[in-house]
Design a protein around this ligand. Structure first.
Ligand code: PMV
Length: 309
C-alpha cells in the first residue's frame, strides 16, 4: 500500500496584480492536506480512482479526457513506462477546503503522482511533479498562472512572475498565519474577469495599484528571507488596501481583516481572488489565540493557524 500526500497553499502577496505581470508570493499550508492511497485493484479494470469525499468513482480507461484526476493518472503512468496500465485503486481524501483558493485541485493531483511513483518505484523530482500537475491545472482553470502547482510540489514559499520566473525561496525565521474563511464561495474566473473589464475601461486607475502591489511583494520577499517579520504585517495591510481599491474585497472580508487587527495581528489582508474565500493575518504565539477568537466572533466559518517555514 503506497501513500502520497500534498499540502494546501495560500497567496501571501500580489494576487490580481500577478495577472498583469507583477510579482506574487504563495506559501504552502501544511496543516491541511490531500492524501492518495494505492491498493490492489480488480483484475482487468485498470486504474480506478475512488474520490471518497465526493462519493465518486472514476474508471481511468473510460473517463472523459478532460477529467483532471484521470488525466493526472494517465500522464504519470506515461512517465513511468510505455503502455503501463496496472490494476490499482487510488483512494483520495483531502482536508483542504474546496473553492477557497487553497489549491485543493493541485494538491490532489500532486498526492496522486507521489503515490503512483512510490507504488511503481519511480522517483519524481519536485519540478517534474510541478510540470505534470500544471497540465491538470489547465483543465481546472483554463489559463493557470502556475503558482499553485509550484508551491505545492516544492512545499516551499514561491516568488512568482507570470511567464518570467518561479523561484522557491527560504524563510529566514518561521512565522504564523491565521487563515480565516468567509464561508462564501468565490469564482476566481469571475472576479478576474470583472477586474479585467474595469481595468480596460480605466487602465490609468488600476496600473498604479498593480505596480505598488508588485513592489510590496518584492519587499515582502526580502523581509521574509531576512527573517524580519515586522514589515511583513504592514505590507499585508497596505496590500489589502490596494485590493479594496481594485474592487475585489467584500464586507465579509473587510470585517474579518478588521477583527484580526483588533485581536492584535501584525497585519491582515484578503488572500486569493476575493469577493469571498479566505483572508490571512500575521500572528505570533502570543496573539494567535485572541486573533482566532476575534475571527470566529466576526463570523469566520473556519480558522486555520499555520506555520510558514
Ligand atoms: O483563488 P486563488 O488563490 O487561486 O487566487 C487567484 C489569484 C489571482 O491572482 C486572482 C488569479 C491568478 O490567476 O493569479
Amino acid at each position: 500500500m503506497a501513500q502520497g500526500y500534498a499540502s494546501g497553499k495560500v497567496i501571501l502577496f500580489g494576487e490580481h496584480a500577478v495577472v498583469y505581470g507583477r510579482p506574487a508570493i504563495a506559501v504552502p499550508v501544511t496543516d491541511v492536506r490531500a492524501q492518495a492511497t494505492i491498493m490492489p485493484g480488480s483484475e482487468g479494470e485498470g486504474v480506478v480512482i475512488d474520490a471518497v469525499d465526493l462519493d465518486r468513482q472514476i474508471h481511468v480507461r473510460k473517463a472523459d479526457k478532460n477529467d483532471p484526476l484521470a488525466h493526472i493518472v494517465r500522464l504519470t503512468l506515461d512517465k513511468i513506462g510505455p503502455d503501463l496500465d496496472p490494476d490499482l485503486t487510488i483512494s483520495i481524501t483531502s482536508t483542504i477546503p474546496i473553492a477557497r483558493g487553497m489549491g485543493s485541485g493541485a494538491a490532489i493531483s500532486t498526492a496522486i503522482v507521489r503515490a503512483l511513483g512510490k507504488e511503481l518505484n519511480r522517483w519524481f523530482p519536485s519540478q517534474e511533479i510541478s510540470d505534470l500537475v500544471y497540465q491538470t491545472e489547465i483543465l481546472y482553470h483554463g489559463t493557470p498562472s502556475g503558482i499553485d502547482n509550484t508551491v505545492i510540489a516544492f512545499e516551499k514559499p514561491v516568488y512568482f512572475v507570470r511567464g518570467v520566473t518561479r523561484q522557491v525561496f527560504w524563510v529566514g525565521k518561521p512565522f504564523l498565519l491565521a487563515i480565516a474563511d468567509t464561508g462564501i464561495e468565490s469564482s476566481t474566473k469571475e472576479v478576474v474577469g470583472d477586474l479585467r473589464r474595469r481595468y480596460e475601461a480605466e487602465p490609468e486607475r488600476y496600473e498604479p495599484l498593480f505596480a505598488r502591489a508588485g513592489e510590496i511583494a518584492a519587499a515582502a520577499r526580502s523581509a521574509i528571507e531576512q527573517g524580519d517579520t515586522n514589515p511583513v504585517g504592514r505590507l499585508m495591510d497596505e496590500n489589502h488596501d490596494l485590493l479594496r481599491r481594485m474592487g475585489v474585497s467584500c464586507p465579509e472580508l473587510d470585517r474579518l481583516v478588521a477583527a484580526a487587527r483588533e485581536g492584535g495581528a501584525l497585519g491582515a489582508k484578503l488572500s486569493g481572488a476575493g469577493w469571498g474565500g479566505n483572508m490571512i493575518a500575521l500572528v505570533t504565539e502570543e496573539t494567535r489565540g485572541r486573533v482566532d477568537m476575534m475571527l470566529r466572533l466576526a463570523g469566520a466559518a473556519q480558522v486555520i493557524i499555520t506555520q510558514v517555514r
